[in-house]
Design a protein around this ligand. Structure first.
Ligand code: FAD
Length: 632
């Protein structure tokens, strides 16, 4: 029989990025024995790569900022498809979560009078991103880890063991959730180094596994982002929403090929960087959509004045939401005004002194110097769109982060959850999302455990089948090569379900994904269980595949263009589609189903934060009649 290490916890948190760590801290503070699982080394998550900052309406740089303005910006950025309650909680609670980080030891950059400094970012009306140079995520992870260590020291003083109440399992991948009927009962996985299996029995599981970018050819995401949490949720009976909405960040590196996709932070534009095509033209002025025309400058002069006098000038169009900028770059390149490597120019060298560049954008300076041999203080960068963030994710209750669908005891926070960002996320809203909903997930997971009359049990037969599934690729040494399969999947998603989509190609994608599904069922891995990346990828592939199926199906179904979903055959936003969430589920045989579900309706005191003209660009005539009938 196969050896399986067994552990018992109250709460298991899968993922050690910002959302997972913040959830674990809260569960432990509520007295729960908590495990944190991380596929890679502890401390190496996407959160650590976040550069620009965390959005929170603290009003430190412009005192006119407040949660209502942040809420409005978030809804606009998401083109009104956001779960309004999540956007509301996020805008209201983000400042508190940032200040709290300082009590954990975070050191944000300061304004002259000693407050937490805030920088401009696309789609945010006022300077709002709390930051540490362009290395904000590193500080966030550092302080959350420091808080965990300090809690472990308290536990040591009390129990004699650092791990007694909060334990980290690094380089450990969860492959399956365990259920008792429709209740979560634990998680099953393997240690990457030894290939040994482990079972964590727990009545509550928090998914905090981040994104899905690795299913795309060009992506800013690192190797571990294979949509595991999305797939675990689906297989456990939970549902996903908004999977058609993927954020293609406008500025990834395009050259040299080995680093294609690596992110160039939006701070470059926030701090004054401009986009030019191969003819030297600042093309973004040609791409301001009607819904945003009032807020954006129409001349270079006004745009440039905005950096020093934002109250009397409108913002530069380079700072439009990411979906707009990515599409604009895509069009310029397609129409033959791109660079040789297929991008456009992003320039700071003619915009600010070299010392300012190296001080404000140190990571970017080093990234281009080391990876592309480009000195950004002297010459422009070459950039193009890269698959960056998934707006879609686990459908959750906004207040408690509990997953919807046929399962209880499952919670989700951070990038793996859906709804908060609607059809497009604003930069900086992810780091704040992690903190706000990570805390809520930990708190409510703990409360759920407290309220349980009886703990769920893991059935031996379920553990045995999890072992069988995990070992299957190793029992098929001459099966399909996992690396070839991943490349084929990336080609289908990149070419047919990419930044611009068409019905014919999406139908073709669905067919090819079915073929890939057959091949993935026959994936093999050579070698044994000890540190075997081919085996690991073979196991990740079924997750990537089911998540990609949801994306492709939803992208075909949604016949409009909105945020991170652009249909060439349906180029306009449709007010009727705005009212619809596409909900994805899988049945016992693994088939993907899609269902239309009405979007929750915004409460009166929130919808009246917008003016009528703006709302009329997004809402149906029927909704406008309801709006006009509101008292006051
Ligand atoms: P992550 O930080 O992605 O962590 C996921 C965790 O889950 C990891 O520990 C991983 O190992 C673990 N995991 C995954 N699958 C499994 C499994 N099967 N078993 C066990 N563990 C698993 N957002 C902003 O707001 N501001 C920014 O400036 C910004 N800059 C960014 C720059 C880059 C280069 C990138 C890639 C993203 C950036 N983002 C930014 C987005 C933001 O960083 C991410 O959306 C966010 O960090 C996601 O956090 P998370 O806690 O949800 O997950």
């Amino acid at each position: 029989t196969t050896r399986i290490e067994r552990h018992h916890y109250d709460v298991v948190v899968i993922g050690a990025g910002g959302a997972g760590l913040r959830a674990a801290i809260e569960a432990r503070l509520a007295g729960k024995r908590t495990a944190i699982i991380s596929k890679s080394l502890f401390g190496k998550a996407h959160t650590v790569m976040a550069e620009g900052g965390a959005a929170a309406a603290m009003g430190n740089v412009n005192s006119r900022d407040n949660w209502m303005v942040h809420f409005r910006d978030t809804m606009r950025g998401g083109k009104f498809l956001n779960n309004f309650r999540m956007a509301e909680l996020h805008a209201k609670e983000a400042p508190e979560r940032i200040w709290e980080l300082e009590t954990y030891g975070a050191l944000f950059d300061r304004t002259k009078d000693g407050k937490i400094s805030q920088r401009n970012f696309g789609g945010h009306e006022y300077p709002r991103l709390a930051h540490v140079g362009d290395r904000t995520g590193l500080e966030l992870i550092r302080t959350l880890q420091q808080k965990i260590v300090s809690l472990q020291q308290e536990d040591f003083a009390e129990t004699g063991s650092y791990d007694s109440k909060i334990r980290v399992f690094a380089e450990t991948t969860i492959t399956e959730l365990m259920l008792d009927g429709d209740r979560v009962a634990g998680a099953f996985g393997y240690y990457r180094e030894t290939g040994e299996f482990l079972l964590l029995e727990a009545p509550a599981v928090v998914l905090a596994t981040g994104g899905v970018g690795r299913s795309y050819k060009v992506t800013s995401n690192s190797w571990e982002y294979t949509g595991d949490g999305h797939a675990l949720a689906l297989r456990a009976g939970a549902t996903l929403i908004n999977m058609e909405f993927l954020q293609f960040h406008p500025t990834g590196m395009v050259w040299p090929p080995s680093v294609k996709g690596i992110l160039v932070t939006e701070s470059v534009r926030g701090d004054g960087g401009v986009l030019r095509n191969s003819e030297g033209k600042r093309f973004m002025f040609n791409y301001v959509p009607d819904v945003f025309r009032k807020q954006y400058a129409d001349t270079e002069e006004e745009a440039d004045r905005w950096y020093t006098d934002p109250d009397n000038n409108r913002r530069p169009p380079e700072l439009l939401p990411r979906d707009e900028v990515a599409r604009a770059i895509n069009s310029e390149v397609k129409e033959g005004r791109g660079t040789k490597a297929g991008g456009v120019y992003l320039d700071v060298s003619t915009r600010m002194p070299a010392e300012t560049i190296t001080k404000r954008l140190p990571s970017m300076y080093h990234q281009f110097k080391e990876l592309a041999d480009v000195d950004i203080t002297k010459e422009p960068m070459e950039v193009g769109p890269t698959c960056h963030y998934v707006m879609g994710g686990v459908e959750v209750d906004p207040d408690s982060a509990a997953a919807f669908g046929k399962v209880t005891g499952l919670f989700a926070a951070g990038e793996v959850s859906g709804g908060m960002h609607g059809s497009n996320r604003l930069g900086g809203n992810s780091l704040s999302d992690l903190l706000v909903f990570g805390k809520r997930a930990g708190e409510h997971a703990a409360a759920y455990v407290d309220a349980l009359a009886k703990r769920p049990r893991v059935a031996t037969s379920d553990v045995e089948s999890a072992v069988d599934v995990a070992l299957a690729p190793l029992n098929r040494q001459s099966g399909e090569n996992p690396y070839t399969l991943q490349q084929d999947l990336q080609a289908v998603m990149g070419d047919l379900v990419g930044i611009i989509r068409r019905a014919g190609e999406l139908t073709d994608a669905a067919k090819r994904l079915q073929e890939l599904k057959q091949r993935v069922a026959n994936v093999g891995a050579t070698g044994g269980r000890k540190y075997n990346p081919g085996w690991h990828l073979a196991l990740d592939l079924r997750n990537m595949l089911v998540v990609s199926e949801c994306t492709a199906k939803a992208a075909l179904e949604r016949e409009e263009s909105r945020g991170g979903h652009t249909r060439e055959d349906f180029p306009a936003m449709s007010p009727d589609w705005r009212k619809v969430n596409l909900v994805c589920s899988v049945d016992k045989s693994g088939d993907v189903h899609l269902e239309r579900k009405p979007l929750p309706k915004m409460r009166e005191e929130l919808i009246t934060l917008f003016d009528r003209t703006e709302l009329s660009k997004y809402l149906t005539d029927g909704e406008m009649v309801e709006f006009d009938a509101l008292p006051g």
